[in-house]
Design a protein around this ligand. Sequence first.
Ligand code: HEC
Length: 120
Amino acid sequence: MRRMAAGVFCVGVAMVIAAAVGCTKLPPPTPIAELNAQQTHGYNVYQVRCAQCHNDRSNDPLNGQSLRGIFKKQYLASGAPANDDRVMDAILYGRPMMPALGGSMTPQERDDLLAYLHTL
Ligand code: HEC
């Protein structure tokens, strides 16, 4: 009986540590080779439209903050909730330091871009 209690305790400690680590370390983006067709198209849109200002696969800020794990976090840098609507607002209408880009993209390109951002 004693032994079993100790075992349960250890599992509990391991889970607490995993949860604590999970707060600071987001799961990695999907590897590019594993993207589906829509996500791959979105990746290409990203390279043309976003990559000069935002890193997607490293946490380092460029002109703007990294978009790695953008939908795995609860909030965007501005404090807005990290959801499709708020991210699409940033793309369509821009931010104080970011040009509005959505008008020059087709609805399909915008959808594909969102699909890619969800893999980060
Ligand atoms: C010319 C540089 C530039 C380009 C191109 C650019 N951004 Fe930004 N973006 C910024 C800067 C700078 C910020 C942070 C400062 C600000 O909010 O004004 C930002 C902020 C953001 C935010 C955070 C919004 C928030 O509420 O915190 C998102 C999301 C974002 N960009 C997505 C994108 C996406 C997706 C693209 C490609 C379609 C893109 N950006 C292209 C410069 C850029």
